[in-house]
Design a binder for this molecule. Structure first.
Ligand code: ZN
Length: 320
């Protein structure tokens, strides 16, 4: 481009979406560019720079080869995000959230810098589109929080510089309760399926209905909709509980028993059902109870090696 008198040097200092008028590619933060004074159009400094600029494009589709790979990718992003340094945005107390800056990852190591890029990419690929006020962002659930970036979806992940997170229930209505009434217990059946004393077992209870496990298990963690969890907490007073779905659940430890009892399993998507065996320790067991609004192919298709039988109003399914 030939430069005219109305052009000026310009240094991009703030983040935001900026495209080169010539090559349509990304202009980076901190980059020295040409800016046309008359209309504000921005250009890379020369064509050589245009050739190396990152393209603006939707994130590449995430096509995992296996179920395991999908959840490994999710857990890697969850682990790096949970271990980041988070700062409360104290200038915006009316919209409570926290942020982490790429700078604090970059200073740790080049690997950590690459993990930041990966986290930005995964938020865009795996996140769910949500509207808040006039903004629509993809937000990735990890336990009781969601994570998002302000960059446009087409911005390359390599230029992402800030990730936000907030407690989901601060901004979203609570999901519906799973159990209109406290389910009639079939605890002896469940204990039988565990094949051993609960005191030696760690238990993940999806739906939070297994009262004996809260009192006896070596480790007990419940996940599910908040009102069900509140009820469990009132019943036992000592349960470790987390408002999240299986989709957003992250815990680096595995469980001897993963249970979704009394129809809780009906509330899980196929992707979530596929994950349950991956959350167990070697030799661990999944116990799932579907009410009869489901048909057996729902679980036999996901877990071909499962055993199952009818118990009262439920299909009682065991996966080893
Ligand atoms: Zn350009």
């Amino acid at each position: 481009m030939t430069t005219a008198e109305e052009d000026e040097w310009w240094i991009i200092s703030s983040p935001g979406i900026r495209k080169c008028r010539r090559c349509k590619r990304w202009i980076a933060q901190g980059e020295r560019i040409w800016r046309r004074q008359t209309n504000g159009a921005m250009y890379h400094i020369d064509e050589a720079r245009c050739a190396t600029a990152l393209p603006m494009a939707d994130p590449p589709p995430f096509v995992p080869a296996t179920v395991e790979e999908y959840w490994q990718v999710f857990e890697r992003a969850a682990a790096s995000l949970e271990s980041a340094k988070w700062t409360f945005a104290k200038t915006m107390p009316d919209v409570p959230h926290e942020w982490t800056h790429r700078r604090s990852w970059k200073t740790q190591s080049p690997e950590r810098d690459a993990m930041f890029t990966d986290a930005v990419l995964r938020i865009k690929q795996l996140g769910i589109e949500r509207r808040w006020r006039s903004m629509v962002n993809r937000k990735l659930d990890i336990n009781d929080r969601y994570y998002w970036v302000m960059d446009p979806i087409k911005a390359p992940a390599e230029v992402g510089w800030l990730i936000n997170r907030a407690v989901r229930l601060t901004y979203e209505a609570a999901p519906p309760q799973w159990f209109p009434t406290w389910p009639a217990p079939l605890e002896s059946l469940v204990t039988e399926a565990v094949e051993g004393p609960l005191k030696d077992r760690s238990v993940l209870d999806i739906g939070a209905t297994w009262v004996a496990a809260t009192q006896e298990a070596r480790r007990y963690l419940a996940i599910g909709p908040p009102k069900d969890l509140v009820r469990l907490n009132e019943t036992t007073g000592c349960a470790l509980i987390l408002e999240t779905g299986v989709q957003g659940f992250y815990d680096p430890l595995r469980f001897d028993v993963v249970a979704a009892l009394y129809g809780a399993a009906n509330h899980l998507s196929r992707t979530e059902l596929e994950r349950l065996p991956l959350l167990t320790t070697p030799g661990g067991v999944v116990i799932a109870m579907f009410d009869k609004t489901a048909v057996p192919t729902v679980f036999t298709a996901v877990w071909p090696t499962c055993t199952w039988r009818e118990v009262g109003a439920y299909y009682f399914v065991v996966v080893r």
